[in-house]
Design a binder for this molecule. Structure first.
Ligand code: CP
Length: 316
């Protein structure tokens, strides 16, 4: 695998999950693979889980890491070609990507959607510019449109907790005061498709995700109806896709609480974190025995470890 940008970069997703479980059972099995190799972790946005779990994954492969918060610490980057750089932007992505490529063996990039222009966000400019100009593999740590490391950790968590071959999984929108991107939801849907899970999406009207991703899937606007007989409730807020980047609802009618969880088949609760308690989900639900949020976060390490291993050894 040259780069890990989205789920399509993997040849066989089910094998990927099994390999990741194997790594979780024996996390130091490949601790020689990254010897004398350096992972560069470049952040254009904040992170807790992605930063620490990807760094831990690298360490468990014997790699060393370099971290940079680009927004605070880097020169402001120019991405356009053939511009006269007489404004605020002090460095061109061409130089930045090539220079980082000399210091590292893999570059991992986090660069969220700006949510003010759909077409621009869907070009995933920062990530794809690194892919274009870097001379080493690029790893997506959440871009404008995809968070495939989260998707793999979620797949692992579902496989570890499912009680049937084809569990009913509900991806539910939940409230949030700020406009959030679509990347986690997109990658969760793509992951469920790869695994042939029975996926139902529930969101308010006006919040349907990109039809290219949800095509063929059931979308229900009645959250309580969708929850019936669910085995997993995967909760995530996203801003409107049609009214791009807008927050259309400011009440708590879609909050995940015990009454709604009681409609399910004793479903497990999932969320990628960070989460706003009692805005997105009630304390009782996230603190219940059915909550998998810490297991999901733990699985981020093994997801990253398997992907880094594949990038180091150029295997798909
Ligand atoms: N789930 C996730 O990506 O968490 P961070 O934003 O803290 O990295």
């Amino acid at each position: 695998m040259k780069n890990f940008i989205n789920i399509n970069d993997v040849k066989d997703y089910k094998s990927l999950i099994n390999e990741t479980i194997d790594i979780k059972n024996n996390p130091y099995k490949y601790n020689h693979i990254g010897k004398n190799k350096v992972l560069g972790l470049i952040f254009f946005n904040p992170s807790l889980r992605t930063r620490l779990s990807t760094q831990k994954a690298a360490l468990q492969l014997g790699m060393q890491t370099l971290n940079m918060n680009f927004i605070n610490e880097g020169w402001q980057l120019e991405f356009e070609d053939q511009v006269i750089m007489s404004g605020n932007k002090a460095e061109h992505i061409k130089e930045a990507a090539k220079v980082i490529s000399q210091y590292c063996d893999i570059i991992a990039i986090r660069a969220f959607a700006l949510l003010n222009n759909k077409e621009n966000d869907e070009k995933d400019l920062i990530l794809n510019s690194f892919v274009k100009h870097a001379t080493i593999p690029v790893l997506n740590m959440e871009s404008s449109i995809a968070h495939p490391l989260q998707g793999l950790a979620d797949a692992l968590t579902i496989e570890e907790n499912k009680n049937s071959i084809k569990p009913k999984i509900v991806l539910t929108w939940a409230p949030h005061p700020k406009a959030l991107p679509h990347a986690v939801a997109n990658s969760f849907i793509n992951m469920c498709k790869c695994n042939d899970y029975k996926l139902v999406i529930t969101n308010p009207k006006g919040y349907n995700l990109n039809n290219n991703i949800t095509k063929g899937l059931e979308i229900i606007h009645d959250q309580k109806e969708a929850f019936k007989n669910a085995d997993f409730i995967y909760t995530k807020n996203w801003s409107s896709y049609d009214s791009y980047g807008k927050v259309l609802i400011n009440d708590n009618s879609w909050l995940i609480n015990e009454d709604k969880m009681d409609l399910t088949n004793n479903a497990k609760f999932m969320h990628c974190l960070p989460v706003r308690r009692n805005v997105v989900v009630s304390d009782e639900v996230i603190d219940s025995n059915n909550s998998l949020v810490y297991q999901q976060a733990n699985n981020r390490t093994f997801a990253a470890q398997n992907i880094l291993k594949k990038l180091l050894s150029n295997e798909r």
